[in-house]
Design a protein around this ligand. Structure first.
Ligand code: SF4
Length: 328
């Protein structure tokens, strides 16, 4: 059994007319996602901006309430949990944000921010809480004198370390890292990625690593899931995705990644994206990628391709390049 099992998860945001509050339709941010996350792995979740990956991350933690489907974490159906039970469950499933500054209370000292969760949940108080916070501060590469400082006194990389410390203080089993290095300089990105890697080994953490940047995901993920317009279109072992991506959308994303070796880039089967991402309020029929896909056939506009297994855990949702397609 996987640590996290997501089945047909949907998160829709209703569109209402401003005057009559009539329900006009839905923005289908997450639209039928089925996904497993194994204990101790890093699953990279990749897609263009607006594809629903951050909404999926927040839906897993019920920071946004899903519309339907199921989520099991450690074998427990978390959509059935009440408010207090879910609050306790979130100690096991934490999140790190892209912009930690926006989520850090500017009027609280860093030591208070990191220890706040311990206080709220009644897990530690007084000197014991202080000791725990100090240990975590040191572990994420901050100094003891940082305890009494305010968030605005820190650099972007240090603020992300504070965000990591705040998640780590609960000793979670899984962390959803939502674009954790996207706002950082490249040299600082490497430091934060190394820190996350060390912490994974030390604390036996499972990560869902959300990013629009395939280069970053390649370095940190055991498996990669590609998301397009609220749906998962390809999942596979990280090496398989980068060496032998099958879905045309995955190949288009890879084609856009700069390659240090120009020959390697020439060898790659390039797929150029056409047009813009359609609105999730009015997704295309059939395969939602078909208006932009250079390989689209008649069936693609009519029938949604299922996410099907093609041996050794590689899943593809494509009529042409899926297991039974003629391009496979
Ligand atoms: Fe392209 Fe058709 Fe495959 Fe969709 S199902 S990705 S439109 S070939």
């Amino acid at each position: 059994m996987a640590l996290l099992e997501i089945r047909d998860l949907r998160t829709y945001f209703p569109i209402r007319s401003p005057l009559l509050s009539r329900h006009l339709g839905d923005v289908r941010a997450v639209d039928g996602v089925t996904l497993d996350v194994e204990d101790g792995e890093t699953l990279g979740l990749v897609g263009e901006s607006g594809c629903g990956k951050s909404t999926l991350g927040r839906s897993i933690l019920r920071l946004i309430e899903p519309t339907g489907g199921s989520i099991e974490f450690e074998g427990q159906n978390i959509l059935a949990l009440g408010y207090a039970e879910m609050r306790d469950m979130r100690r096991r499933m934490q999140i790190i944000f892209q912009d930690p500054y926006a989520s850090l209370n500017p009027r609280m000292r860093v030591g208070e921010i990191i220890g706040e969760g311990l206080r709220i949940h009644g897990l530690a108080s007084g000197p014991e809480r202080y000791d725990v916070v100090m240990r975590i501060l040191n572990r994420v590469g901050l100094r003891e004198d940082h305890y009494d400082r305010y968030p605005h006194e820190f650099s972007g990389g240090q603020r992300q370390r504070i965000g990591i410390a705040r998640a780590l203080v609960f000793q979670p089993r899984m962390i959803i890292a939502d674009e954790p290095v996207s706002a950082l300089d490249v040299s600082i990105q490497a430091q934060i990625l190394n820190l996350l890697d060390e912490l994974q080994s030390e604390f036996k953490l499972t990560y869902i690593f959300i990013s629009h940047d395939l280069r970053v995901v390649e370095h940190v993920s055991h498996r990669v899931a590609i998301m397009y317009l609220g749906k998962i279109v390809e999942v596979g072992d990280s090496k398989a995705i980068y060496a032998d991506a099958r879905h045309p959308y995955t190949r288009a994303l890879l084609s856009a990644v700069p390659m240090p070796d120009p020959d390697a880039k020439n060898k790659r089967d390039r797929v150029l994206l056409q047009g813009d991402v359609p609105s999730p309020a009015n997704p295309p029929s059939g395969c939602s990628f078909h208006p932009r896909c250079p390989f689209a056939e008649k069936i693609c506009a009519e029938v949604e391709p299922p996410l099907e297994q093609d041996g050794d855990g590689h899943l593809i949702a494509c009529h042409v390049f899926g297991p039974d397609g003629k391009g496979a």
